[in-house]
Design a protein around this ligand. Structure first.
Ligand code: SF4
Length: 328
């Protein structure tokens, strides 16, 4: 498989007022091959969303990338001009964010919004664009499609809105879909249906998928690879099956232990003590040290590097490699 996305040692700063800037991402690395599904996991505040927004330079005005490499379909995103970025946004990478109510235009029909994406990215217009939109809605389970083409977002249920948003993202025929907490607002039935739908879409279209989620069960069910983020940095990455079967980083171990299980031992789940530190409060050594049951003296003074400790498995922890981080 050829590489579609390559993010290395990414660092992003955000203006915090009075001329102060904070690093909110500092040391994120991950890659996605054509047709592959990558799960991006970690607690809130670990940098999942901002790292993926940097893929298309969609960061808020207050944020800027200060270091790293971001390559999408062979394009150096950090150096790309506006025309190249427009081609990438929607034409190569489709994005679906958490809240479809905010992402869809409330005063335009679903059909107009899906057809517009086909025009913007592929020059398809008029009846042909509407015909394509109808086929896409049908493929996404909004059948018969005609009433959905004419509907306004407020006339749809949460699950239907999510599918309409997916249609706008897929209308440009992207090679990669980025889905941010796609199922978090859905009930368990709608969630299972959407996961099945995504599996079918990927198989039919050869689509790569980046699924950002705090839901480890969801990621385990769809991802081929996983990247675990903690306090703005990648702490572990590898094939999902291997990472879930044998997590190496103590944070991944704790996340898995704290994940709700459909079956298994009863009784309270263990929780991870403490909270993710704010960027202004990142410790100078290992950022997980204050919460890590296995921390030792060196962890509190030196920051571990992300090291490939086995073929295709990288981890940032002194228990597995001695290397210290220099620039991510
Ligand atoms: S480097 Fe030390 S503190 Fe950090 S995760 Fe590994 S054992 Fe825990």
């Amino acid at each position: 498989m050829s590489r579609l996305v390559d993010v290395r040692s990414l660092a992003v700063e955000v203006a915090a007022g009075n001329g102060v800037r904070h690093r909110v991402v500092d040391g994120v690395s991950f890659a996605v091959d054509e047709g592959e599904t990558l799960g991006v996991v970690g607690e809130s505040g670990c940098g999942k969303t901002i790292s993926t927004m940097a893929l298309l330079r969609l960061l808020p005005d207050s944020a800027r990338v200060v270091r790293g490499v971001v390559s999408v379909a062979g394009v150096d995103v950090l150096a790309a001009g506006e025309d190249e970025l427009i081609r990438l946004r929607g034409g190569v990478v489709g994005m679906v964010f958490q809240d479809p109510s905010q992402a869809l235009d409330p005063v335009r029909t679903v059909g107009a919004q899906v057809a517009e994406a086909a025009f913007l990215h592929r020059g398809v217009r008029g009846r042909e664009a509407l015909r394509e939109a109808a086929l896409l809605l049908e493929e996404l389970g909004l059948t018969p499609p005609e009433p959905f083409l004419r509907a306004y977002p407020h006339q749809l249920s949460g699950g239907q809105k999510q599918r309409a948003l997916l249609a706008t993202a897929l209308s440009g025929r992207p090679r990669l879909l980025v889905a941010d907490e796609l199922t978090s607002a859905l009930d368990s039935v709608a969630r299972a249906q959407l996961v099945e739908l995504l599996g079918g879409l990927r198989a039919r279209r050869g689509l790569a998928l980046v699924a950002i989620s705090h839901d480890l069960a969801l990621v385990a069910s769809i991802a081929g690879r996983v990247v675990v983020l903690y306090a703005g940095e990648t702490v572990e990455t590898g094939p999902a099956r291997d990472v879930f079967a044998e997590p190496l980083h103590p944070y991944t171990v704790a996340l898995l232990a704290a994940a709700p299980r459909a079956a298994g031992p009863t009784g309270p789940l263990p929780s991870i003590p403490g909270i993710v530190p704010r960027p202004s409060e990142w410790p100078s050594g290992c950022r997980f040290a204050p919460r890590c049951a296995r921390a030792f003296d060196r962890c509190r003074v030196a920051r571990p590097a992300l090291v490939e400790v086995r073929p295709d498995r990288s981890v940032r922890c002194f228990l597995h490699a001695d290397d210290e981080a220099r620039d991510g």
